[in-house]
Each structure stands twice: as structure tokens, then as C-alpha cells.
Design a protein. Structure first.
Length: 81
């Protein structure tokens, strides 16, 4: 079987792979939360988070534009977008 015969699951990068790529190529550390936010903006479906906040008013930090661009570059590199 050639490398072109990858299934959709095999072509997806893990959060750790995305973090490593962004750190190595852009010199930025990104969190899993930021990766999840960018994936959601790009329409990549994630499983439901079972560790949700108990109140609706709890605030989450939003991904800065610079890190969002770096994460999108990593997602393009891994052919996820």
C-alpha cells in the first residue's frame, strides 16, 4: 500500500503534533484550548467536551490572532483544512 492510501483518521494530526509543529516552525507555544477554538472556527467537528464549565457565564481565554494564524498553518500542513 502506498502513502497515498491513507484513511481520513490516519491523516489527522494529534494536538501534540500540532503543538510541536507550531513551536518548531513559529516559535510559539499554543494550548489545546486554542487549537480546539481554531478547529471549531474552521468547521472541524470535535467530540463533545465532558469537562464543561458549570455556569454559562464562565469566561475562557480567546486565542490571539498571531497564534490562530500559526495553528491554521499547522492544520494546512497536516492537510486538515
Amino acid at each position: 500500500m502506498s502513502e497515498m492510501d491513507l484513511t481520513a483518521v490516519e491523516s489527522k494530526a494529534t494536538y501534540e503534533e500540532i503543538k510541536d509543529y507550531v513551536l518548531e516552525h513559529m516559535g510559539l507555544k499554543v494550548s489545546s484550548l486554542y487549537i480546539a477554538q481554531v478547529k471549531q472556527k474552521c468547521g472541524i467537528i470535535e467530540r463533545e467536551n465532558y469537562n464543561k464549565a458549570k455556569t454559562e457565564s464562565s469566561k475562557q481565554p480567546q486565542c490571539p490572532l498571531e497564534k490562530e494564524k500559526a495553528i491554521k498553518a499547522a492544520l494546512r500542513y497536516f492537510r486538515m483544512i
